[in-house]
Design a protein around this ligand. Structure first.
Ligand SMILES: Nc1ncnc2c1ncn2[C@@H]1O[C@H](COP(=O)(O)OP(=O)(O)OP(=O)(O)O)[C@@H](O)[C@H]1O
Ligand SMILES: [Mg+2]
Length: 413
């Protein structure tokens, strides 16, 4: 049942001791620097099995986990927002909101206060999120309204794009916006959805386009329904390998699979997902599939990874930030931020077609071109060139499925 809005405001400076809570369970006691919002050290772990996945039983890894939940310094405009809110860092901002989020069930309770998950959590309680508005409109020159509530799920969601959580028709959606690059990142999310639809792949986040008004001007934004819930959390791939010492003879790819399986994931499901992800990212030239851009669903009752999180964040693709769109052999030399440094090299990991039936994609490049033309202000010529890269990538995958080592590019033209 949806309760009324969260309204228990947090006042700093009462203590620097905090309990890490998992819903209403006391997981650990920590000393925090309330100015910077950083975890200084873990005094005691009461329930090691309740720690975030990937943390050691003594709490090692908690500081990094906490930091990665916050807004990164690289998000445009975040410094100005923090200074307007009189917060030293995005971690202290997160602390002002008890560390509550909509990606997991953790939060932080100041020692001496008695608070309950049911009264605070953003899954069951509505939120206004005036702060989310400021976070997505940080270029606007305005002062922060007096008494603005810092209780917001938007302060505990990472990623470089400006974003906030909104409630529509009772459902929670993540709204992302970047007006640069013809707003192409937003349209790319929709194009990725069309690709998965054509391939019959079900496990993806479906992004809708919307309009957000920034400084009075409308920009396209993407809206994705929340894939977490009050029963299921998200655990990024990074989280489970961050503190894992990858043996010398094992690739990061295989190490990730080992770790996931040791935390309860099904090996075949993980492999099928990763292979599908690499292949479809290749088609769309997604250059940013880093380890926080995919991951797992976590069942906190059973303390295990219960499946793969749906594919999300395919926005940094289709040459959105390239001045000149490459073609031919240059398409096999794309630098990426993922398991390999060069996109084509990642195909080494792919052992099957993972359901990527290329014959289903006959009209997909045209569909992508039409969406780029309709929803971005790029030239028709650029949209056509972008679509041409999809065609070329599909041709390369065709060769790859025939057993050709396409990363040895000189042999194919
Ligand atoms: N629909 C969703 N439901 C629940 N959590 C989500 C959803 N979409 C994103 N997240 C969470 O929010 C984080 C940031 O989202 P996302 O990766 O889409 O942002 P981004 O700014 O595009 O990231 P990047 O910096 O990688 O470009 C994700 O890592 C994930 O933890
Ligand atoms: Mg991301």
């Amino acid at each position: 049942m949806i309760q009324s809005a969260v309204s228990i405001e947090y006042t700093k400076d009462t203590t620097d001791l905090f309990i890490l809570k998992h819903k209403d369970l006391d997981v650990a006691m920590m000393k925090m620097d309330v100015r910077t919002g950083m975890i200084e050290y873990v005094l005691s772990v009461y329930l090691p099995e309740e720690l975030p996945a990937g943390c050691a039983p003594d709490g090692t890894g908690l500081g990094e986990w906490w930091k990665l939940r916050a807004i990164p310094d690289s998000r445009k405009g975040i410094r100005q927002v923090l200074s307007r809110l009189s917060e030293a860092t995005s971690q202290s901002l997160m602390l002002s909101s008890y560390g509550l989020s909509l990606t997991d069930h953790y939060w932080i309770q100041p020692v001496g206060q008695e608070l309950y998950w049911k009264d605070l959590n953003f899954y069951e309680n509505n939120f206004e999120d005036e702060l989310g508005d400021i976070l997505t409109d940080s270029e606007r020159d305005r002062s922060v309204p007096d008494g603005i509530s810092k209780l917001s799920p938007s302060v505990s969601v990472n990623g470089d794009m400006k974003k906030k959580w909104i409630i529509r028709g009772g459902r929670r959606y993540l709204l992302k916006v970047n007006p640069n690059y013809h707003s192409q990142q937003t349209v790319n999310e929709v194009i990725a959805g069309k690709l998965h639809e054509r391939l019959g792949w079900k496990n993806y986040v479906s992004y809708d386009m919307g309009t957000i008004y920034i400084s009075g001007r409308g920009y396209p934004c993407s809206l994705s329904p929340m894939f977490t819930s009050a029963e299921t959390e998200f655990v990024s791939a990074y989280q489970i390998v961050a503190d894992y010492k990858v043996p010398n003879d094992v690739s990061l790819y295989e190490a990730l699979i080992r770790q996931a399986v040791s935390l309860g994931a099904d090996e075949q499901e993980v492999r099928a997902f990763l292979e599908y992800m690499i292949l479809t990212d290749f088609i769309l030239t997604n250059t940013d599939r880093h380890l926080n851009n995919f991951g797992f669903l976590y069942d906190p009752q059973q303390h295990r990874l219960s499946g793969m999180a749906p594919l999300f964040d395919t926005g940094n693709s289709l040459f959105y930030d390239y001045d000149v769109i490459p073609h031919g052999g240059n398409l096999l030399d794309i630098p990426v931020n993922s398991f390999s440094k060069r996109e084509a090299d990642q195909l080494h990991y792919v052992k099957s077609d993972a359901g990527v039936k290329l014959e289903r994609l006959a009209h997909f490049p045209q569909e992508a071109e039409a969406l780029l033309k309709e929803y971005t202000d790029m030239t028709d010529e650029r949209a056509a060139e972008t679509a041409r890269t999809i065609e070329e990538k599909i041709e390369y995958l065709n060769l790859f499925f025939q057993g050709k080592k396409i990363w040895k590019k000189e042999r194919y033209w």
